[in-house]
Design a protein around this ligand. Structure first.
Ligand SMILES: N[C@@H](CCC(=O)N[C@@H](CS)C(=O)NCC(=O)O)C(=O)O
Length: 245
């Protein structure tokens, strides 16, 4: 069975949604990044970049097991393998890749920096918070304009681009980034899908009050901060097979 390495965060939910939408059976291995599970040697063998989500598919392209990490790569891998959520029309396929790359290279990283400076940083730096908030709002405007003329990001059908963007958009709504009407309409199309709903709630019971999705009801302890952003990130990360490479 396909192994999913997962914790309840927007990045990981891209993959739980994809697997649920595909109807592929999978086994969940919880990676609690606040507890440092991403640094366990057995996980670093799967993803030397100490980040989840990751998958191990027992039947890779050559019939042998394959580990895949980076959500963009996982989504493309699964879409190609199952021939779903990736347009067959050449133009629509490029459109799908454009928005998928936009998500993984811009929306995710900028939202991550925004969350860091707004919620987790011990020192509040207004300029940094404003910088990332503005950038996220700019990205929202770009997406909203595109959706004024397209039902989904790659055109008339849902694709891995939508699956990548949805969990981030859903999270951003919680932290009162400007809402946009076309994004709202698109979000509703996805929200009613049972696969999306199951993917968005996987391991919800494990959500910690310290993370945005849970409402940031608790501040990070020094240990958690060190694990995610501080000394532990470097010291533990140095044990990774590719550290210093
Ligand atoms: N670019 C990566 C981002 C993955 C990512 O940032 N994962 C976070 C959780 S959302 C993580 O595992 N962080 C643990 C760490 O950095 O130690 C992807 O798209 O897969």
């Amino acid at each position: 069975m396909l192994e999913l390495y997962f914790g309840p965060t927007p990045n990981a939910r891209k993959i739980s949604i994809m697997l649920e939408e595909l109807g592929v059976p999978y086994h969940v291995n919880e990676i609690d990044i606040l507890a440092g599970d991403q640094f366990k040697p057995e996980f670093l063998l799967i993803n030397p970049n100490n980040k989840m989500p990751a998958i191990v598919d027992p039947v890779g392209p050559d019939g042998n097991p394959i580990a895949v990490w980076e959500t963009g790569a996982i989504l493309i891998y699964l879409a190609v393998k199952h021939r779903r959520f990736i347009p067959t029309d050449a133009r629509a396929r490029i459109e799908c890749f454009k928005w998928l790359m936009f998500q993984v290279s811009a929306v995710g990283p900028m939202a991550g920096q925004f969350a860091f400076f707004r919620f987790y940083a011990p020192e509040k730096i207004p300029l940094a918070i404003e910088r990332y908030e503005r950038e996220l709002n700019r990205q929202m405007r770009v997406m909203d304009k595109h959706l004024a003329e397209n039902a989904y990001f790659a055109g008339s059908e849902m694709s891995i681009a939508d699956i990548a963007i949805y969990p981030w958009w859903a999270t951003m709504k919680l932290v009162s980034i400007e809402l946009r009407p076309n994004l709202e309409r698109w979000g509703e199309l996805l929200a009613v899908r049972p696969g999306v709903s199951r993917g968005m709630t996987l391991l919800n019971e494990k959500l910690r009050p310290e993370v945005i999705e849970g409402g940031m009801k608790k501040k990070f302890s020094e240990q958690i901060y060190s694990t995610l952003y501080g000394d532990d990130q470097r010291v533990q990360g140095d044990k990774s097979p590719i550290a210093g490479a």
